[in-house]
Design a protein around this ligand. Structure first.
Ligand code: SAH
Length: 220
C-alpha cells in the first residue's frame, strides 16, 4: 500500500516511520511512504503556500494551487483516494481504518494555519478525517496516526495475524490485560487462570476482562 503525504513539514515523517512495525513494513516494501514538500509546487520566489482569508478574519489560509498541483503530481503514481485531515471530519475509528486499508493507497493532505481553501475539499477530497474532537496545529500528527492505524492492517505488516484479532476492536477477545514473566513481581501476581493452562477458562476470563475494560467492545 502506498501513502503519499503532502505537507509543509516533510521531514517530520522520516523518524517516525523508520521505527517499529511500520518501519519494518517500509523496509520490506509492504508499505511505501513518501512525504512531499508542498512548497515544491509553488511558483513564486517566496514559495508561499498561504494567503489572507477572503471575507477577513484572523490568520492565513492554505492556497489551493500548490495543493491541487501536488495532489495531481502524486496521482500519477497513487490511484488511492485523497484524504484531508480536518478537525471537523469523520472521526477516525477502527472501522474506517479497515475501510481505508482496502485501498491501493492514500493521498493525504496535511493542513496548517486556519485550514485549507475549501475548493481542495470540494474539488479533490474523497475523505475528510478527524482524529478526535480537539484542534491541533497541523495535519502531520493526524496523518501519522492514520498511516499507522491503516498501515498495520495491510496484510503481512503485523507478523502474526492473530494479534490483529486480539487487538481492541479486533474481535471478541479485545483489549484484555496482558502479562509476561515473572509470574510475581513486587508482590503483584499474574492471575492464576493465565497460569492454569486451561484454554477455555483463559478465554472466558479474557472476555470478561475485556468487557469490563472497554464496554464499547460489546457492540462488536
Ligand atoms: N481553524 C480550523 C483548525 C485549523 S488547525 C478549524 O477550526 O477547523 C490546522 C490544521 O491542523 C487543519 O487544517 C488540519 O489539517 C489539522 N488538524 C487540527 N486538528 C485536527 C484533528 N483533530 N484531526 C485532524 N486534523 C487536524
Amino acid at each position: 500500500m502506498r501513502f503519499d503525504v503532502i505537507t509543509i513539514f516533510p521531514d517530520m515523517f522520516g523518524p517516525v516511520f523508520r521505527q517499529g512495525v511500520v518501519g519494518r513494513a517500509v523496509e520490506r516494501g509492504l508499505i511505501e511512504l513518501q512525504a512531499h514538500d508542498l512548497r515544491d509546487f509553488t511558483h513564486d520566489r517566496h514559495r508561499q503556500v498561504d494567503d489572507v482569508p477572503f471575507g477577513g478574519g484572523p490568520g492565513m489560509v492554505m492556497k489551493p494551487e500548490p495543493v491541487f498541483e501536488a495532489v495531481e503530481s502524486v496521482m500519477l503514481n497513487n490511484s488511492g483516494p485523497v484524504v484531508l485531515l480536518e478537525p471537523w471530519g469523520r472521526r477516525l475509528d477502527q472501522r474506517l481504518a479497515e475501510e481505508l486499508a482496502k485501498e491501493p493507497g492514500l493521498i493525504i493532505v496535511c493542513g496548517r494555519y486556519e485550514g485549507i481553501d475549501d475548493r481542495v475539499r470540494t474539488g479533490l477530497a474523497a475523505y475528510e478525517i478527524s482524529i478526535g474532537d480537539y484542534v491541533l496545529s497541523g495535519g502531520e500528527i493526524p496523518a501519522m496516526v492514520l498511516i499507522d492505524a491503516v498501515g498495520r492492517l495491510v496484510p503481512g505488516v503485523v507478523g502474526d495475524p492473530d494479534s490483529l484479532v486480539q487487538d481492541t476492536f479486533g474481535g471478541d477477545l479485545a483489549g484484555c490485560p496482558q502479562f509476561t514473566r515473572p509470574a510475581e513481581y513486587r508482590g503483584m501476581r499474574v492471575p492464576d487462570v493465565l497460569l492454569s493452562g486451561d484454554h477455555a477458562r483463559v478465554r472466558q476470563w479474557r472476555r470478561q476482562q475485556a468487557a469490563q475494560r472497554h464496554p464499547v467492545n460489546n457492540i462488536h
